[in-house]
Design a binder for this molecule. Structure first.
Ligand code: SAM
Length: 289
């Protein structure tokens, strides 16, 4: 246990940033959420009939941006609930919802999804999880997916979105840092294979194997260029991520002697006028019968 966990009485957790009140990580997730939702083309770009959803649960909801945008995009949604383990992030998310006058429909609850989802059976029509690979180890998926099935109503949809480790960028230092992150994900048991798509490649299989029907998937490629608003968000995300994820990399890969050098090189490279990078995401969804 770290000193801050002992002080706050918090149990250690499996999230890749241990300190649940880390402000840098909150800010990174706020930026990343905006950048990913926009890059994918909205909150539910691949779903043919979103109007059929009335009650939505977002598991590991971060700063709540996806859920809040859902509420704004689909006024027919009656109840939107976000759960996560960071009280700090959920307080921020709640504040945003209230400010936007969505407090009556949108709620946020502190909950450890690895223990259980504290809702009665058949409570939701849509269950969303984006970037669960940040806290789920391979052996934790079966229990979580069985909880997803339990809280979904028959005919409800579970939708999972995961990203690949970046393999295309004009910044060689970014690619080296991304490789270190991939190694840490694999060594820590978060990735099923030591490949850049170590979780995303498994989503269709996981949903099919653990009881979902009509499983489908969609791949998204997000392109970033210097001097565009999206490119600037990408840079901010990369800068913060290289800091907040450094202890996770050190824990699972070991001390990387030239980490600081790589970080400084990345800062220079990603600010170049010709900087480009591509991120690949995959959404998979299936129906609870
Ligand atoms: C990488 S963030 C993704 C946030 C959001 N889904 C998004 O896409 O912007 C993962 C989130 O899961 C939360 N988390 C970590 N461990 C968790 C657990 N055991 N149960 C529920 N949420 C958890 C973290 O606090 C963080 O907010």
């Amino acid at each position: 246990m770290t000193y801050s966990q002992e002080k706050s009485g918090e149990q250690p957790n499996t999230y890749f940033v241990q300190d649940r009140s880390n402000e840098q990580e909150l800010e990174r997730l706020r930026i990343q959420d905006k950048m990913v939702t926009a890059g994918m083309g909205g909150v539910l770009p691949e779903q043919s009939d979103p109007a059929r959803f009335h009650r939505v649960l977002d598991v590991g909801c971060g700063t709540g941006g996806w859920l809040i945008e859902m509420a704004q995009t689909y006024p027919n949604l009656k109840r939107l609930v976000g759960v996560g383990i960071s009280k700090n992030m959920l307080d921020y998310a709640r504040g945003q919802a209230v400010e936007l006058q969505l407090g009556e429909r949108v709620e946020f609850q502190v909950m450890d999804a690895l223990r259980m989802l504290e809702f009665p059976n058949a409570s939701f029509d849509l269950l969303n999880q984006r970037f669960g690979m940040s806290y789920l180890r391979t052996w934790e998926w079966p229990k979580l997916l069985s909880e997803f099935r339990r809280v979904l109503r028959p005919g409800g949809i579970a939708r999972l979105t995961e990203g690949d480790i970046m393999i295309e960028s004009s910044s060689s230092a970014s690619l080296k840092l991304a490789q270190l992150l991939q190694q840490a994900f694999y060594q820590s048991g978060h990735f099923f294979t030591p490949e850049p798509d170590g979780v995303s490649s498994q989503l269709v299989r996981l949903l099919s194997q653990y009881g979902f029907k009509d499983v489908q998937m969609q791949v998204y490629e997000l392109h970033y260029r210097a001097e565009t608003p999206e490119g600037r968000d990408f840079i901010e995300d990369a800068k913060r991520g290289s800091r907040t994820l450094a202890p996770f990399i050190r824990k699972w890969v070991g001390v990387v002697e030239d980490y600081e050098e790589l970080y400084q090189q990345m800062l220079v490279e990603i600010q170049q006028a010709d900087f480009v990078a591509t991120l690949k995401l995959l959404s998979a969804w299936g129906t609870k019968m």
